[in-house]
Design a protein around this ligand. Sequence first.
Ligand SMILES: Nc1ncnc2c1ncn2[C@@H]1O[C@H](COP(=O)(O)OP(=O)(O)OP(=O)(O)O)[C@@H](O)[C@H]1O
Ligand SMILES: [Mg+2]
Length: 233
Amino acid sequence: MSKIIVIKNNKGGVGKSWITLQLAHGLQHVSEKKVLVVTSDNQNNILEFSGMEKTISTSGLEKWLKTGTGDLIRLRENLYYIPLKVSHLNLTSKDKLEKLFEAFKEDYEYILIDSTPVIGIDKYFVDLADEFIIPGWADKVTINSITSLLEQVEIRKIKSVIINKWTKTAKEKEYYKGLKEVLDPHEILLTAPISQSATVGKLIDEGKTIWESNSKKVKDIQASFVEVIGEIL
Ligand SMILES: Nc1ncnc2c1ncn2[C@@H]1O[C@H](COP(=O)(O)OP(=O)(O)OP(=O)(O)O)[C@@H](O)[C@H]1O
Ligand SMILES: [Mg+2]
């Protein structure tokens, strides 16, 4: 059965968009099924992360909602992206969004939603979610935003928390340990942290995903994503 997975954290810049793309590409590889990425954020960073021209899109999700069709950008084999052009989706009815996503579910096995840090804008997407993945940093503000998310969404829907941009400081280790203690009773996977890495920066510059790299440094990152994919499959 198809699933809608929302990658969510109300904190900006933690790696939501980058992680969404890595997960989507990884899921496509492992499952060999069709994967769709949708965004509630009109920065459309996923286009840059996958090496696509950002100017490519003319009509995104807003048009799909109005007419049932619109831009569909092929990122990789069996991996597609629907951009968002407007800053605020004018959702007059939740029904329309639900119907659209029901139609997507017929065509795609996994639908990943890259969310915006602006609270409220993606409320409708949160309601649609079958599962959540929560990226974050191991610092006080981000950990607080993760723990508050645990209260805002159905906890059984949270499949994994991914700590990103790890720099191995003593403070980060302390927050990571604390977070693990919060998540373990709920059996939520906390992956090995993903380092803040120049190799990732280079991949992003080249418009490549971690699955398109043979670098030894990327192997550890791939391993963390494989664990998350295991929770989703
Ligand atoms: N592990 C990493 N190592 C190095 N750079 C990273 C890593 N993860 C993400 N980045 C970079 O950090 C920046 C923020 O990532 P990203 O845009 O995915 O965050 P976001 O949570 O989607 O941000 P926003 O809240 O603005 O939507 C990007 O420029 C990305 O290239
Ligand atoms: Mg983003």
